[in-house]
Design a protein around this ligand. Structure first.
Ligand SMILES: Cc1cc2nc3c(=O)[nH]c(=O)nc-3n(C[C@H](O)[C@H](O)[C@H](O)COP(=O)(O)OP(=O)(O)OC[C@H]3O[C@@H](n4cnc5c(N)ncnc54)[C@H](O)[C@@H]3O)c2cc1C
Length: 266
């Protein structure tokens, strides 16, 4: 089974709050010094699901990332886990992309890779958390989509996808090729092996630019965005402490109840 996995580089979610800084002007997160970005954890789980399918049915796993720094580290992480090929998509023309333009770029790259049975995305990117890209790729490529996949198998030539719901699961039978977004219920992704790290570090990663894709220039980058981010800010949470005094516990309790009623809490 040939699988394409879309993986995104994000700021490390474990950044200490004191190191998390925003540039309010450009509405971007300022990369914290000394803390390298990581693969989106949900995408690491998508790679894990792809590897389980490869372990069972064979085939090839190709990972794609759009990263305008042309940073290959995330792709190499997936290769070290066991993926076969990786491609980085980087071009100035991609700057200012939103979910639609991001999905358009990835859809064109997926078509260029070609010959796939399944496209996997994470359920969401853990930085912007929009959870849209997988669904838009399916729409762009006119492919069936199952969201929140916990497990995938092959039964009677179709994909059998277990989809997580709030209090249980659903099973879908889906023809290939298809798109699935992967839920964190997949469980712990495997660690890259020592040999995997060495061979990934030696691998040449192709960088595809806009001109390498059959992308519609009006659908990529800032000019294609369909909505505008107006404000990005870190909310200030104020904590106040008020001591309710009283001669006795009963008196303090009555005062507390009055204070809570005045504040509209009860
Ligand atoms: C080149 C570029 C420039 C951008 N510029 C701006 C900007 O100027 N201002 C701004 O506010 N935002 C910018 N963004 C962020 C962009 O708007 C969001 O990343 C996009 O809307 C998708 O939302 P999300 O990250 O929440 O992804 P989700 O929809 O939550 O992602 C779901 C899944 O889609 C896949 N996916 C998502 N992004 C990528 C990726 N980059 N590569 C591979 N797979 C991916 C992953 O599998 C992921 O788990 C830019 C993004 C890119 C790629």
């Amino acid at each position: 089974m040939d699988i394409i996995v879309c993986v995104k580089k994000i700021p490390d979610p474990e950044i200490p709050p004191a190191k998390f800084k925003l540039d309010m002007e450009s509405k971007r997160v300022i990369p914290p010094e000394g803390i390298p970005p990581v693969i989106n954890p949900y995408d690491e789980q998508a790679v894990e699901l792809a590897l389980r399918l490869k372990d069972k049915y064979g085939g090839k796993i190709t990972v794609l990332t759009i990263d305008n720094d042309a940073d290959t580290s995330i792709v190499k992480h997936a290769l070290a886990m066991g993926a076969d090929e990786g491609i980085v998509l980087a071009d100035k023309a991609f700057e200012g992309s939103d979910s639609f333009s991001t999905s358009h770029i990835l859809s064109q790259a997926i078509q260029k890779v070609g010959n796939f049975d399944l496209v996997l995305c994470g359920r969401q990117a853990a930085d912007w958390d929009e959870g849209l890209v997988g669904a838009i790729i399916a729409e762009n490529l006119s492919l069936p989509l199952v969201t929140l996949a916990e497990a995938v198998d092959v039964v009677d030539g179709k994909l059998k996808v277990k989809r997580v719901t709030l209090d249980g699961y659903q099973i879908f039978a889906v023809p290939t090729p298809a798109v699935a977004t992967v839920s964190n219920e997949v469980g712990q992704p495997r660690l890259p092996s020592g040999w995997g790290i060495i061979s990934a570090s030696r691998k040449q990663i192709p960088i595809w630019k806009a001109g390498d894709l059959d992308a519609d220039p009006s659908q990529i980058g800032a000019k294609a965005v369909r909505r505008r981010l107006v404000k990005l800010f870190i909310p200030v949470r104020e904590k106040k402490c008020e001591i309710i005094e009283g001669e006795t516990t009963a008196e303090a309790s009555v005062k507390l109840a009055e204070r809570l009623r005045k504040a509209g809490v009860i």
